[in-house]
Design a protein around this ligand. Structure first.
Ligand SMILES: NC(=O)c1ccc[n+]([C@@H]2O[C@H](COP(=O)([O-])OP(=O)(O)OC[C@H]3O[C@@H](n4cnc5c(N)ncnc54)[C@H](O)[C@@H]3O)[C@@H](O)[C@H]2O)c1
Length: 205
């Protein structure tokens, strides 16, 4: 039941959080479950996903490598419905343009950017079917970064993947936004969440 003190309810909704076994993904899983959603914890680290799922009655672990179309297809085959997709899985890389090697560039772009295209594309049919089950729309939430807005030392790759943010929407938002625009825009919602820096820290090290 929705109350003034707890207006955020997701009872009956089914969510999937990539990289949901730790960090921001884990916190997202817990919040979605607290709000009443059933949550798939989809992570490359399956033991960690299982361990977290064991502590949340409405959560289930799912093995998923967001860089692998085969792994994504196998994960998709386990789901019948999906209301909320959270593209959260990501890796970091510390380095300037001089110290970032092409392999580093490809690895980070694969996990942090290409994955959003692969995962969203695969799960889009389930998200588009949401309004057949209830009076709602499928929702895509992409965890982006404040690095699209401010400079952070030794984070060359973070700026590359999120550079569109200054003038436009960041890459992590643009991929699914573009996908849904070409389909049925009115039946979808796409958000990008930029984890921010505390106001009192003018520049991260
Ligand atoms: N923590 C920060 O300061 C910060 C800042 C800006 C943006 N972000 C973004 O937030 C998101 C989460 O960051 P975090 O700090 O919680 O990271 P984290 O390292 O704590 O968690 C990332 C999770 O993703 C999983 N993962 C990694 N590669 C995967 C793959 N190929 N397939 C499936 N799962 C995979 C890991 O197993 C892990 O559980 C990332 O997209 C990151 O870029 C984080």
């Amino acid at each position: 039941m929705q109350t003034r003190s707890d207006p955020f309810r997701l009872d009956g909704r089914i969510a999937l959080v990539t990289g949901g076994a730790s960090g921001i993904g884990e916190a997202t899983v817990k919040e979605l479950a607290r709000a009443g959603a059933e949550v798939w914890i989809a992570d490359l680290n399956f033991p960690a996903a299982e361990s977290l799922a064991a502590s949340i009655p409405s959560a289930r672990a799912l093995h998923l490598d967001v860089t692998s179309p085969e792994s994504i297809a196998a994960a998709l085959a386990q789901l019948e419905f999906l209301d909320i997709l959270v593209n959260n899985a990501g890796i970091g890389h510390v380095g300037s343009i001089e110290t970032t090697e092409p392999e580093d560039f490809d690895r980070v772009m694969n996990v942090n950017v290409r994955s959003v295209y692969l995962v969203t594309r695969a799960f889009l049919p389930l998200l588009l079917a949401v309004d057949q089950r209830h009076d709602s729309v499928g929702t895509i939430v992409n965890v982006a970064s404040v690095s699209g807005l401010v400079g952070i030392r030794q984070r060359f790759l973070l700026h590359q993947q999120r550079r569109h943010c200054r003038h436009d929407a960041p890459a992590r938002r643009r991929i699914p936004q573009n996908a849904t625009r070409q389909r049925r825009l009115s039946r979808h919602r796409t958000n990008a969440l930029r984890r921010g820096l505390p106001r009192q820290i003018p520049q991260a090290q």
